[in-house]
Design a binder for this molecule. Structure first.
Ligand code: GDP
Ligand code: ZN
Length: 354
């Protein structure tokens, strides 16, 4: 095994340069449970601690290691333990806003090359939901691939696939049946050595079944209580980056499942680029596309060149982003105020001591 099998590349290698001089070791986080980590390199896995200084310097939750991150660590002379000294920059990341009154970004998965968006061809099938996931995936910078699972339960699989292709221009769409292990070979074409894939999709669409079949074992329990001693019913409760026997890695973390729209509007813009282009023709630059005169979107709705449902999900996502960015701005303003208050306090103290 080599470090590149775990996703190491020249981007990380360049950023690791100063740490190499300090005799630190590059490790990739494969498991994160609160502040306990497991990370590995080509030689094996290490249980890692995060020193107090790291926590203190990190400031935002954003800067704590997440599954998929590369870190610079000092390996303890005895045993399989390491201390995380620094976080290497991320190529990309999936984040969610954390609970609490202040909106803060928390990274739930880092350095993801591919996102398999899984949707059931049964009652779960929902184009709007696929749009949402596409938006999330594109925003992260990972390549999305849509998997329409439960092919065996649907007589119109090809029609559905076509519908998805019309909303996801340029994105690969495949129909599969995880249950019958039909069509899954195609996944290996994406999961080349060193590539990391994450799965997005509602509960029950077959993500665990697909991952199990990639692993060739029933490592993820399907629809069962999965943690010993846990009373809750989870489909899976797993925070691991898993190496596949055929090369490539798969990530399945609870955090990924709770993902909410976050970040800038780039992803939204790409999924709804036709609507965004149309909106440029609205008479008012700040048109909210409701009752404003000269609204190009309302006109398109009237003459049915724009689908009403698609318009609705566009507005919904847009409002969500607007809400989040307002919260972020509010937080930034509050921090700014606190910062200046601290500085003027320092200045006053300084004068007193003169
Ligand atoms: P997850 O919550 O997305 O991880 O979904 P699971 O992998 O736990 O699957 C949920 C249920 O769907 C299980 O009962 C699976 O056996 C079933 N399932 C998964 N894939 C297929 C499929 O291709 N066809 C059918 N009919 N059922 C499937
Ligand atoms: Zn408008």
């Amino acid at each position: 095994m080599q470090l590149t099998d775990l996703g190491w590349n020249s981007f990380f290698d360049n950023h690791f340069e100063p740490y190499r001089k300090q005799n630190l070791t590059a490790l990739r986080i494969t498991r994160a449970n609160r502040e306990k980590y497991i990370a590995r390199n080509e030689l094996g896995a290490f249980t890692c601690d995060l020193p107090g200084k790291f926590r203190f310097d990190a400031g935002s939750k954003n800067n704590f290691p997440a599954v998929g991150d590369w870190v610079a660590a000092s390996i303890q002379p005895m045993g399989k333990k390491a201390v995380i000294q620094a976080l290497l920059p991320r190529q990309n990341a999936f984040s969610r806003k954390t609970a609490g009154h202040l909106t803060e970004e928390q990274v739930v998965a880092a350095n993801i090359d591919l996102v398999f968006i899984v949707c059931g061809l049964d009652l779960n099938f929902n184009l709007r939901r696929i749009e949402r996931y596409l938006s999330l995936a594109l925003e992260s910078g990972a390549v999305p691939v849509v998997l329409l699972n439960k092919d065996d339960l649907c007589a119109e699989a090809e029609t559905r696939k076509h519908e998805v292709q019309t909303i996801a221009l340029g994105v690969d769409v495949h129909t599969v049946s995880a249950h019958r292990k039909a069509g899954l070979d195609i996944l290996n074409a994406y999961l080349q050595t060193g590539k990391t894939a994450a799965f997005l999709g509602s509960s029950g669409v077959g993500k665990s079944t697909i991952i199990n079949s990639l692993l060739g074992t029933a490592r993820l329990k399907v629809n069962e209580v999965s943690e010993l001693g846990s009373r809750g019913r989870h489909t899976t409760s797993f925070r691991e980056l898993i190496l596949l026997p055929t090369g490539g890695m798969v990530m399945d973390t609870p955090g990924m499942r709770e993902l909410q729209a976050w970040g800038d509007e780039e992803g939204l813009k790409q999924v709804f680029d036709d609507i965004e282009a149309l909106a440029l023709q609205c008479r008012f630059k700040d048109c909210r596309h409701q009752t404003e005169p000269g609204c190009a979107l309302q006109k398109a709705l009237t003459d049915a060149t724009l689908d009403a449902d698609r318009f609705k999900s566009y507005l919904k996502l847009k409002n969500e982003f607007a809400y989040l960015s307002d919260r972020q701005t509010m937080k930034a303003n509050a921090l700014e105020k606190a910062h200046w208050k601290a500085i003027s306090q320092q200045a006053r103290n300084f004068k007193k001591n003169e």
